[in-house]
Design a protein around this ligand. Structure first.
Ligand SMILES: [Zn+2]
Ligand SMILES: [Zn+2]
Ligand SMILES: [Zn+2]
Length: 300
C-alpha cells in the first residue's frame, strides 16, 4: 500500500490567509513549511488511487505530487487517476474539493461517506443539496453513496476499506451531529493495515483496540495543548471542546502501543510542533512518532 500525504494542515492550512503569527510568517518565507488541508491518496501500485477527503486545495495537491493524467492512458486527453473518494465528515476543509470533479468528462467517481454526511452534501430523493445541484456535478460527475458503519468495500483490486464512527463534530440535543457524523477509515492490503483519523475528538477504547497492531496510524494533531487557543488568542474553547484530542495527551496514550508507525497530521497554525526545534517536537520524536508533511510518501 502506498500512501501519499496530499496535505497535513488543519482548516485554514499554514499559513492562514489572514494571519501573521510566527508560524504563518515562517511558512510564507519558506515554502517547505507550508501545509495544505489534510488529505491522503492511497494506492497499491502508484497507478489508480483512492482519495480520502477532498479539500479546498485538491487541485494544487494533485499537481504537487504528480497525481495527474497519463497521456498513454488518456482518452481525448482526459484520465482520472482517482477511482473513488471517501469523506470523513462535513467540515469544509474535508469536503468542498468535491466541486473540483465538475470539469470535462463524466467519470462517475463514487463518493462514500457517513449516511448523514452524504445527505448533508447531496440531499436525498425529495430534496437535493448544494453538491447535487452544482454545475455538472448534477450530471453524475460524482456518484454519492451512503456508507454504513462497518460495511466492507474493495477498491483497486485488493484494497479493503471500512469506515467506523469516531467523535469529532458537535453533538446536537436530538442526538445528531452537526454538520455530520465523522468516520475514520481502516484500509488493508495483504494484511498491512492503515488507519486514518485526521479529525479525532477522543481516543476511545474501541479505537485503541483497532489501532493495536496496525502498520500505520495517522491521527489528529490540530493542537498540542488542550488550552492552546486560550494561550494563543484568548478564545475560551479547549481542544476537546472543538473535537480534537490534544497531542500532549495522545502521545502519552499511544506511547508503548504496538503500532508500526504513528504519524501526526492536521496541524493547526498554533501548534508548537510546527517548529522542529521546540521541545514538543522532541517529545514526539522520543516516543518514536513522526509528523506528516505535505508530499510525504509512505510505502507500507
Ligand atoms: Zn479538519
Ligand atoms: Zn498563523
Ligand atoms: Zn473537522
Amino acid at each position: 500500500m502506498i500512501i501519499t500525504v496530499l496535505g497535513s494542515g488543519s482548516n485554514g492550512g499554514v499559513p492562514q490567509w489572514d494571519c501573521c503569527c510566527p508560524s504563518c510568517t515562517r511558512a510564507r518565507e519558506d515554502l517547505r513549511l507550508r501545509r495544505t488541508r489534510s488529505s491522503v491518496a492511497v494506492s497499491i501500485d502508484g497507478g489508480q488511487h483512492l482519495l480520502i477527503d477532498a479539500t479546498p486545495d485538491l487541485k494544487q495537491q494533485l499537481e504537487a505530487v504528480g497525481l495527474v493524467p497519463r497521456q498513454e492512458k488518456a482518452e481525448f486527453d482526459r484520465q482520472s487517476r482517482i477511482d473513488a473518494v471517501l469523506l470523513t465528515h462535513g467540515h469544509g476543509d474535508h469536503c468542498v474539493g468535491i466541486a473540483e470533479f465538475s470539469t470535462g468528462k463524466i467519470f462517475g467517481i463514487p463518493v462514500f461517506g457517513p449516511p448523514d454526511l452524504i445527505t448533508f452534501l447531496f440531499g436525498d430523493s425529495e430534496k437535493s443539496m448544494f453538491f447535487r445541484d452544482i454545475g455538472r456535478l448534477a450530471r453524475n460527475y460524482v456518484v454519492p453513496h451512503r456508507l454504513a458503519e462497518g460495511e466492507r468495500l474493495e477498491f483497486l483490486d485488493g484494497l479493503n476499506v471500512i469506515g467506523f464512527e469516531i467523535d469529532h463534530t458537535d453533538r446536537m440535543e436530538d442526538g445528531s451531529c452537526f454538520p455530520s457524523s465523522t468516520f475514520g477509515y481502516e484500509m488493508e492490503v495483504e494484511g498491512r493495515r492503515f488507519i486514518y483519523t485526521p479529525d479525532l475528538g477522543r481516543l476511545t477504547d474501541s479505537l485503541l483496540k483497532r489501532v493495536e497492531g496496525a502498520d500505520l496510524f495517522m491521527l489528529d494533531a490540530t493542537f498540542w495543548w488542550n488550552d492552546e487557543l486560550t494561550r494563543m488568542s484568548g478564545l475560551r474553547k479547549t481542544s476537546y471542546d472543538l473535537g480534537h484530542v490534544p497531542v500532549e495527551d495522545s502521545v502519552k496514550i499511544l506511547e508503548g502501543m504496538d503500532i508500526g508507525k504513528v504519524l501526526y497530521t492536521h496541524l493547526n497554525h498554533t501548534n508548537p510542533l510546527l517548529d522542529p526545534n521546540k521541545p514538543m517536537a522532541s517529545i514526539v520524536r522520543d516516543a518514536g512518532f513522526e509528523i506528516a508533511l505535505d508530499g510525504m510518501i509512505i510505502d507500507l
